[in-house]
Design a protein around this ligand. Structure first.
Ligand SMILES: *Cc1c(COP(=O)(O)O)cnc(C)c1O
Length: 458
């Protein structure tokens, strides 16, 4: 039986002579249809061998080929509705760009722009100059430059300033961010010698002083973005580190992680380190991300002393890690929004989401809950309750923002099944499961209608 079926399977050539597939070939190019035919035949062959398939119809095989074609052609980047309440969610692309930044990206992607070209003189320019004035104005630094992300900013900074030399860092600051960024590994990859001082919970001035030798290049301070050390603790502040460094003729570099350009406490949010304050406190170089609290494109910003930034700019690694025109355009438009503090929280999505009032979120949640009740039927129990959102990406750790969430349960099925069904809708809707309920947080969703899944299969 199996053998007969296998023998009846058409060859790829025979399949491609079929009229429906010939049509597909003219639409999608022969190599793609051929590849799809091969994979569809493989699949059918496996089904026959495993006993899952006991008959063969030409129609079914054709449809299998056509669905293999659409699988090959399916775009891989998919919009996801972020109903997690996590504003900067690294796995789904962190900060949303403002309309202004998105327009700037579009302009730069469809046109030639003055990326490295000085229109005034008609001569070659410097790409960082597109954003350097804004960065200087917003951070108080003498100079600034941009690379691909903050990890790259740390890599090129350390490599420039401390290759083959010691970098002194507290054991309390040897951070891991996400799964792939570990500060000790970046320091070693920069060609520097990592010299840990102090203990996990306590590091003192004398620890730094005793560690500094003629082979030391700099003291490195890292913002412990995604955790807090509390209890019996001691940390040496930036000003003290700068004093020690000046005395001993070494530099101070600080990795701020998120690094806010504004004081968030103005909005009633917990204070994150503000870049201009760290520059003001004497850090020689400060590095931070463009797509965390700043609310711009993925990028790594390096701000500090003119002479040092110039040295970093000349490092061939800077060339290897440089930002492209799309990033620089988005960054410039984002930074420009910071020039008007009054409209910033209306225009910058990251800040807009962080400062949304509970009342506004509740109104959106109630509206969405009604739509869901009508759309999903009476097997679901749907309520609006108090909840907590977080900023994410290691920003404002340990702090949650009060919110209202839609909490859903099903008469018979587990919340994980509701989670999966929402995620497999188109577009996918990402919620979360908490205490046996499926939760949707509208803080990060623009339109309440967006959380009603289309093509919902349950
Ligand atoms: C997020 C973070 C980084 C890494 O920044 P990327 O822009 O993701 O490369 C480095 N250091 C700290 C303290 C961070 O919070």
């Amino acid at each position: 039986m199996k053998k007969t079926l296998l023998r009846e399977l058409p060859s790829v050539d025979e399949l491609l002579r079929n009229e429906r597939l010939r049509e597909a070939s003219s639409l999608f190019s022969t190599p793609i249809v051929t590849e799809a035919a091969r994979s569809a035949l493989d699949l059918v062959r496996k089904e026959i061998i495993s006993g899952q398939r006991e008959d063969l119809s030409a129609e079914e095989i054709n449809s299998a080929v056509l669905s293999a074609v659409s699988e090959i052609l399916r775009p891989r980047v998919t919009r996801i509705i972020n109903a997690t309440g996590t504003i900067l969610h690294t796995n789904i692309g962190r900060a949303l760009l403002s309309r202004e930044a998105a327009d700037a990206v579009r302009l730069a992607s469809e046109n030639n722009v003055n990326l490295e070209f000085d229109i005034e003189s008609g001569e070659r320019g410097e790409r960082d100059s597109l954003v350097e004035d804004l960065l200087k104005r917003l951070t108080g630094a003498e100079a600034a430059c941009v690379v691909n992300n903050n990890a790259a900013a740390i890599l090129v900074t350390l490599n420039t300033l401390a290759e083959g030399k010691e970098v002194i860092i507290s054991r309390g600051e040897l951070i891991e961010i996400g799964a792939s960024f570990r500060l000790p590994e970046i320091i070693r990859k920069s060609g520097c010698i990592l010299k840990e001082v102090g203990t996990t919970n306590r590091t003192h001035r004398k620890d730094y002083k005793e560690a500094l030798t003629g082979g030391s290049a700099l003291i490195f301070k890292a913002h412990t973005s995604n955790y807090r050390i509390t209890g019996f603790t001691a940390e040496v502040g930036l000003r003290d580190l700068v004093d020690i460094a000046r005395e001993r003729g070494v530099l101070v570099v600080e990795d701020l992680g998120s690094g806010s350009l504004i004081d968030l406490s103005v909005y009633g949010l917990p204070a994150e380190p503000v870049v201009s304050e760290r520059i003001g406190a004497g850090a020689d170089i400060v590095t931070f991300s463009g797509d965390k609290l700043l609310g711009g494109p993925q990028s790594g910003l390096i701000a500090g002393k003119r002479e040092i930034v110039d040295r970093i700019r000349k490092n061939p690694l800077k060339r290897a890690l440089r930002a492209d025109k799309l990033t620089l355009s988005a960054l410039e438009a984002t930074l420009r929004l910071y020039l008007n503090k009054d409209s910033l929280n209306l225009k910058l999505p990251t800040l807009k989401f962080m400062t949304r009032s509970v009342e506004e979120i509740e109104a959106a949640a109630l509206k969405a809950a009604e739509i869901l009740k009508t759309g999903l039927g009476s097997s679901f129990s749907i309520n609006v309750e108090d909840g907590e959102s977080v900023v994410g990406a290691g920003s404002l750790p340990g702090h949650s923002l009060p919110t209202k969430v839609i909490a859903m349960t099903h008469r018979t099925e587990k919340p994980e099944k509701i989670f999966a069904a929402f995620l497999h809708a188109s577009p996918p809707i990402l919620g979360r499961v908490n205490r046996e309920r499926f939760l949707l947080d509208l803080r990060t969703v623009e339109c309440p209608e967006d959380v009603m899944p289309l093509n919902f299969r349950f």
